[in-house]
Design a protein around this ligand. Structure first.
Ligand code: SAM
Length: 452
């Protein structure tokens, strides 16, 4: 492991909870902590080396060692997400805020790729409308892929600059800003971050964090909550940004109840005594993380109500699509170009507003396209919770599931014909089309396992 810079250690002198010797010790021996978050909506028997539960997250689990995740079909089915344990603390915060949020909230995950917090939010707030945004184009694909695998129908993926959210003043009840940062919290997990660390970069990140917040905070509703987090230990990116939030936006700091036994250090910013929560690897089983929470007490103007803007399905198209869908009456089913999309009807208006305002990359669940009298089902539909129960399926053993995920040829001993789901351990992996003399594997080419 590269040497941790002296300037970095010096900069943390006096920061609450920082203990130079203990901190350095945890970085000499690389003690890898691997954790996953289970998908409660896709409960199945998983074969992971689970050692214990992550205390601040209902679905978080520590593993005894890091398995080779790629060869577990269940990760591709969205049964769990590999996520750093400290950052799962967002689950604890959201559970605490839940009683003060509307039953059906509008939630923004502003810096969302690759989707750890967004998938967490979709479980923690299942009745909410979630916008997962990523500004960097190359990272939007992995974000959309992870959200599709998770099966959430309440999440929309957008590709926008934070300032585009100024077009939605007061739209969101909860905003999560998991900001890009200098990354010192990941030194142990990703030693390349050590070489990239510099005081100049910390200063640059701090400015960028303020710019992101400044650009997007107007989209927070009166009474709404902001969760601000980084994986940096630097005060300039953590407590100092919290002070700036109070000075610039007059938000109210929110206290989070923390069990002392968890080892999380509660700190306070210098000027406004904003409570923040620091995770140090010598105190918690996890990597470095900082988080603080705020409430917007000031009125922001309500968003403008637009009308719906999607192409409706014809009666014939509905008759083709509906038999495939569970509870179609609860969904808004529409067409975007040739793709049929379903979105929970209760968020029709919110969906419409976001569609008209932002650069939407994914919305609701893609059901498929209609060809003649048939539906060609979309891969995302197989992974969602919207499928009717009578859709045919084939339950694979592990070796065949991996063949399917590699997009290899398949042979099935079944009398099925036409579209069928490939399933493993009761979870859907994707579609196949069973023809008289062969089976066509429809696993998406871009997602297939390439490792031999
Ligand atoms: N929340 C994510 C999760 O839990 O999986 C991790 C987010 S990561 C810490 C920060 C994200 O901010 C990255 O996806 C990065 O591409 C994005 N980002 C980088 N520059 C940005 C900017 N200027 N404005 C908004 N987001 C930015």
């Amino acid at each position: 492991m590269p040497q941790i810079p002296k300037q970095f250690i010096d900069s943390l002198k006096g920061v609450e909870g920082f203990d130079k010797e203990k901190f350095l010790q945890t970085h000499v021996r690389k003690e890898a902590v691997t954790s996953v978050r289970l998908n409660p909506a896709k409960a199945t028997s998983i074969q992971l080396p689970i050692s214990s539960a992550v205390p601040w997250c209902n679905e978080g689990r520590y593993l005894t060692h890091r398995p080779f995740f790629t060869f577990d079909p269940l990760i591709h089915a969205g049964a769990y997400y590999v996520q750093e344990a400290s950052s799962m603390f967002i689950d604890h915060i959201v559970r605490q805020l839940k009683n003060n949020l509307p039953a059906s909230s509008n939630v923004l995950d502003l810096c969302a790729a690759p989707g750890g917090k967004s998938t967490l939010l979709s479980n923690a707030l299942p009745d909410s409308f979630i916008v997962s945004n990523e500004v960097i184009k190359t990272r939007v694909t992995i974000l959309a892929e992870n959200i599709s695998k998770w099966g959430s129908s309440n999440a929309m993926v957008t590709h926008n600059d934070p300032k585009d959210f100024q077009k939605l003043p007061g739209f969101f009840d909860l905003m999560v800003v998991d900001a890009p940062c200098s990354g010192s919290g990941l030194f142990r997990k990703d030693p390349t971050a050590i070489d990239e660390w510099s005081e100049a970069n910390v200063a640059l990140c701090s400015q960028r964090q303020q710019r992101i917040l400044n650009d997007a905070l107007v989209a927070l509703q009166e009474g709404g909550y902001l969760i601000y987090s980084t994986c940096s230990y630097s005060k300039q990116e953590d407590e100092d940004v919290c002070d700036w939030i109070i000075e610039k936006f007059s938000l109210e700091p929110v206290n989070i109840t923390v069990d002392e036994a968890w080892g999380i250090v509660e700190v306070h910013s210098d000027n406004h005594h904003v409570p923040g929560y620091r995770f140090y690897p010598h105190k918690v089983k996890g990597e470095g993380f900082f988080v603080a929470c705020f409430r917007q007490p000031n009125a922001t103007s309500d968003y403008y109500s637009y009308g719906a803007s999607f192409t409706a399905l014809t009666k014939t198209q509905r008759a083709i699509v509906e038999p495939w869908i569970k509870s179609p009456d609860e969904l808004e089913i529409f067409k975007q170009k040739e793709t049929i999309i379903a979105f929970p009807a209760k968020w029709k208006e919110e969906n419409s507003v976001v569609q008209k305002t932002l650069n939407v990359r994914k919305s609701g669940v893609a059901i498929g396209t209609i060809k003649g009298k048939d539906l060609i089902p979309h891969h995302e539909f197989a992974l969602s919770h919207l499928l009717a129960e009578n859709v045919p399926f084939v339950e694979f053993i592990e070796a065949d599931a991996l063949k399917y995920l590699r997009r290899q040829d398949l042979a099935i001993e079944d009398t099925l014909k036409g579209w069928a789901l490939a399933r493993y351990n009761g979870l859907n992996l994707g579609w196949m089309k069973v023809l008289p003399n062969r089976v066509n594997n429809y696993y998406p080419t871009d997602w297939r396992i390439l490792k031999p």
